[in-house]
Design a protein around this ligand. Structure first.
Ligand code: TYD
Length: 208
């Protein structure tokens, strides 16, 4: 079962999810849409940001727990994902549990991230930003601050995990109702944006 009107963007660092979310802000109803991200801006997410800067390192398993805890808050907090959808709103999230299934699996194996994330609701729309790690890394290196996961070898591993996970969810999509779109994220910003909008413009909530 999916959570209706919940949209998620996923992909390795530098795949362009944030750019596309910014463009979507001009297209989806305002007010009426919650634009959000993981790690969140809540206390749990702010703590994760300090760890992502690499000031202090924790064991990979602990990172998996922390991302899942932040997600729990994201989903269940007042004015969070569940509440917003229940009130008739749309939610767009830059990253969700698929990030943990990719990044944390690459770091600490598949079992723990799969267990910690098994009961979160599925989004109705999942957009996977497919891109070669070498291309995405070229985009990232222009930025002033780099984070702990933004290394070539690790992103290659993460991309392989994403590929596996998205493939698995594609197999069960008919049963779950989750609409999965793979985007060629090496295309221009305008092309990717058009591809996304060609799907979302048909959301029932926008056409009633
Ligand atoms: P990112 O979306 O890249 O944030 P920003 O562009 O603002 O730096 O996310 C930060 C990092 O967190 C990114 O490297 C992916 C990682 N991450 C995980 O490892 N697991 C998760 O569950 C989530 C949500 C993010």
């Amino acid at each position: 079962m999916v959570l209706h009107n919940f949209i998620v963007f996923e992909g390795i660092d530098g795949s362009g999810t944030s750019t596309q979310i910014a463009l979507l802000k001009n297209k989806l109803p305002n007010p009426g849409t919650l634009f959000t991200a993981e790690p969140t801006s809540l206390a749990t997410g702010r703590f994760l940001r300090t760890l992502l800067r690499g000031d202090e390192r924790l064991t990979p398993g602990t990172m998996a727990y922390l991302f899942a805890a932040d997600r729990y808050e994201h989903v269940h907090a007042q004015d969070g994902i569940l509440q917003t959808c229940a009130d008739g709103g749309i939610v767009v999230s830059d990253r969700y549990f698929f990030s943990s299934l990719a990044y944390q699996s690459a770091e600490c194996g598949r079992e723990l991230p799969a267990k910690l994330n098994e009961s979160f609701p599925l989004p109705e729309y999942l957009f996977y930003f497919d891109i070669e790690p070498s291309v995405s890394l070229n985009r990232i290196t222009g930025r002033s601050v780099t984070e702990i996961y933004e290394k070539r070898e690790f992103l290659e591993k993460t991309a392989a995990e994403y590929e596996r996970i998205i493939g698995e969810y594609e197999k069960t999509a008919v049963g779950t109702g989750m609409k999965i779109t793979r985007l060629d994220a090496s295309e221009s910003v305008a092309e990717v944006s058009e591809n996304i909008w060609s799907i979302l413009r048909n959301m029932p909530i926008l056409n009633t």
